[in-house]
Design a protein around this ligand. Sequence first.
Ligand SMILES: O=C(O)CCC(=O)C(=O)O
Length: 283
Amino acid sequence: MDTNTSQLERKFALTSEERSAWEENGYFVRYDVFTETENDVLRQIADDIVDGKRPFPADNINQNALVIDGKVEALGIQAMHKIHHVSCYIPEFLARVRDSRLTGPIVDLLGPDILGLNNLYIWKAPKIGLGFPWHQDKWYFNHQYKTEMTVGTWMAIDAADVDNGCLYVIPGSHKYGILAHDDLEGSQQTEFKIARDAKDEDGVAVEAPPGAVVWFNNQLLHKSTDNHSLRFRRCNVAHYISANAERIPGRKNIRPAMWVRGDTYSEKMEPVYRDVLPIPESD
Ligand SMILES: O=C(O)CCC(=O)C(=O)O
């Protein structure tokens, strides 16, 4: 196995400006990381999953909560919220998670031995696509892994702006520590918790053209708003952890860790998946 950092990854290494932004604000953005053609491949596969043309575990497919609750009628991708752990089952998504253009800067943040955590593809359909409340992804990961830092990447498949529900962040909030997260009262989105004391007025919109990527510290407070436009706002999100991190034993429904690059430390983190997994038979 190649544990050395490749020339290609060094080509995409963190710049000194990005390191300053990372330390001060907890995130940075690059533009034109992926081409429209590359994004089209993921867009088509995700649509094919919804249309039943590509097998995918049914448990990992989530419809829009308004559709589930019968509050709006929608079909196909219009009715979709997200699919998760996509890279575990779909080789093209696995290739994206391991792409040097994504991992290059992460080598400088997490070191050369890297695993992938959860990754998702979100549709946010026109007019009915729902936002995410203020949260820190590390609040979720802390229940499962012992490690200092995890890194998120948010990839724009479509243009994301304030009208169609782009990401908002609170710059510098990665230094707040992990806030308490409460149930989201009155929301259909029962899977979400909201970070206590996050203030809307501190948030800044991170508008992103297709192909742009936001790298963010998983302690950064972020949210997104509902889609008020007539356009889709699709994105792909992938999270990373150092392979040196330790899995907290005994947790149920553990997220599978995916080998991305470098060494693994099996005594700390098992199982680690290297290849796409078979679709469970019950699905
Ligand atoms: O893309 C979005 O609307 C928000 C995604 C997000 O907050 C997350 O995946 O943690």
